[in-house]
Design a protein around this ligand. Sequence first.
Ligand code: SF4
Length: 427
Amino acid sequence: MTPALPLALPTAPECAPVLRERGQREVFCGLTGIIWLHRKVQDAFFLVVGSRTCAHLLQSAAGVMVFAEPRFGTAIIEERDLAGMVDCNAELDRIVARLLDRRPDITLLFLVGSCPSEVIKLDLGRAAKRLSAAQNGARRILHYSGSGIETTFTEGEDACLAALVPELPATAPGAAPELMIVGTLPDVVEDQFQRLFAQLGIATVHALPARRADAMPPVGPNTRFLLAQPFLGETARALEDRGAVRLDALFPFGAEGTTDWLHAAARAFGVDEMHFRAVIAPGRERAKRAIAHCRERLVGKTLFFLPDSQLEIPLARFLTQELGMVPLEVGTPYLHRRHLAQELALLPRTTVISEGQDVERQLDRVRAARPDLTICGLGLANPLEAEGLTTKWAIELVFSPIHGFDQAGDLAELFARPLRRRDVLRV
Ligand code: SF4
């Protein structure tokens, strides 16, 4: 049996008004991305040039790594550095030289900027060039900013991948079209997608980032890329600057999102429609069955997303389209209208879309609306629970495998669990 595909998606999404707010924000900084990036690129090292606060953030967020040979560290900026009493560049050169002497397995080093390095205006771009030149091509040293000043935590990955793009090799002129999946996915999920693309007959499928620094994909006008994450605006722009073409699609969450994402690639690579339907049928049906378990609990329930990871819009679409939830407000730190156009078009017209945050005003709206489920950061969850609201920690959505057909049931379950817990506690 072949699955019924979703109804045609709107081609010209209506531009719903967006509530823009600028005020106090409650989000992690871009350093957080190191936690998943260092697991993915196994011969890379992330050296944060920051303060003890930055070191503590990484140590507590990725504490398990203290038991393994770590692939990240912090070059601490001390008070005397901040006071301009030492030459920070000389200190940085010394730390990098010591690190690379001790760790010959590192082939790609990222110098990661932080709030303190930005405050003292330490030019990490120039430092990366100077240090890279000293390596005579043996290793690459790049830089990006993970600073919490005006950034949110998933932007760390965007900045890291955008820094990699100019370093990618060029594809041969006139080469056949190749597909690139852009955004860090757990290896097991990436393998599932690779198997589906192979069954569809798409011969060459790369991933950015690759699992090894020396295996980063080539890019050029023959590259067609699918964003796996909605927070990669700078990376997409950098790829387009090198001639690559973005395939517009829903993000691969749930049965419908994953179908549309795969379908965009199938269309771009001329895959026969019947073959496409036959290949995706088993996974799509599995996803629908897995989601159905949670539908009864979630249908008709109202939800409120506070801005956190930039996953909010596609996840709200999944919860609306596939689980029948009612999004009252969907807040996101930044709204990339072009990349999210199809997602936005599938949200109800009554949903408030908000960009940025003024946390006190937004909390007032949460209290007035009293949604069945509020998805928010760790720091806001406990106070809201104390007021009788049911919450879901947004950060779990970033650290759990949630993309693709085989994770659709787990994704739905992440939202059903807090409501089940609330019902059990009420009994
Ligand atoms: S980069 Fe800034 S926000 Fe992030 S841990 Fe360091 S000081 Fe804090």
